[in-house]
Design a protein around this ligand. Structure first.
Ligand SMILES: Nc1ncnc2c1ncn2[C@@H]1O[C@H](COP(=O)(O)OP(=O)(O)OP(=O)(O)O)[C@@H](O)[C@H]1O
Ligand SMILES: [Mg+2]
Length: 220
């Protein structure tokens, strides 16, 4: 399975680049119909790529072979990059994502790719579990010797029981029949990756009133 996931990653990544190129108008103007078809394809591709990457990370974590680098990271820039990437999903559901970044945000150290995967998973959830036309707000600020990133959505929210088992692997809330697709791996991986950076992840949510996920990373 891990080999299969690994082999799937390259063509999916290639497809993503090509679709972004065409949708960005680099090959000429697109008819409305073609734009709509390619956008749908691009969204499916992005989700599939995310699932494959989650699966690979899960495998590496279990095999103890996930190596994290210690690069200097500008959290504000990371947030903006991830929001730009997920915007294609949000726009297709008429959702608006707003960003509030403190000035003079402290830099943190860590594995850029892993931290970007965490933010993309959290943003993907915010989009997935918020209805059409909903709002998502992302903020980043300094708190003592840490950087705090919060993602708040106006979506379906969760019950206290659901929150308790949120970060367990394959934990999905509610009945599977009316849920958007997913494996229930994203938040488990987010927790593992953030803890491997010496940070914490938490959730506040109320059924019907949206969800806030907070990531805290050391920024000495
Ligand atoms: N922002 C959110 N609002 C409401 N429910 C959420 C939110 N984020 C997560 N959940 C609930 O928690 C469950 C676990 O989330 P998680 O990201 O781990 O898995 P997933 O989204 O189902 O699948 P994937 O592995 O593709 O991420 C989801 O199935 C969903 O029921
Ligand atoms: Mg998810």
């Amino acid at each position: 399975m891990a080999t299969l996931a690994h082999d799937l990653r390259s063509p999916l990544w290639g497809g993503k680049q090509v679709l972004e190129h065409i949708l960005g108008g680099k090959m000429g103007e697109l008819s409305e119909e073609l734009q709509s078809i390619l956008s749908t394809l691009s969204r499916s591709n992005l989700r599939l790529l995310n699932m494959v990457k989650n699966f690979l990370d899960m495998h590496r974590l279990q095999a103890g072979s996930l190596v994290l680098s210690q690069a200097r990271i500008d959290p504000g820039q990371l947030v903006l990059e991830c929001v730009a990437e997920i915007n294609i999903l949000a726009k297709s559901r008429s959702q608006k994502i707003t960003c509030h970044l403190d000035s003079n945000l402290r830099a943190c150290r860590g594995d850029r790719d892993s931290l970007s995967r965490v933010l993309l998973n959290l943003l993907d959830n915010a989009v997935k579990y918020t209805g059409d036309g909903g709002t998502i707000s992302v903020s980043a600020g300094n708190r003592h010797e840490t950087v705090q990133i919060t993602i708040t959505d106006s979506g379906q929210g969760m019950s206290p029981e659901a929150i308790q088992r949120l970060f367990r692997p394959f934990s999905r809330v509610g009945s599977t029949s009316n849920q958007p697709e997913g494996w229930g791996l994203g938040l488990y991986l987010c927790k593992k990756l953030i803890e491997a950076h010496g940070g914490q992840i938490g959730c506040r949510s109320q059924l019907g009133s949206g969800t806030t996920i907070t990531v805290t990373l050391p920024a000495p």
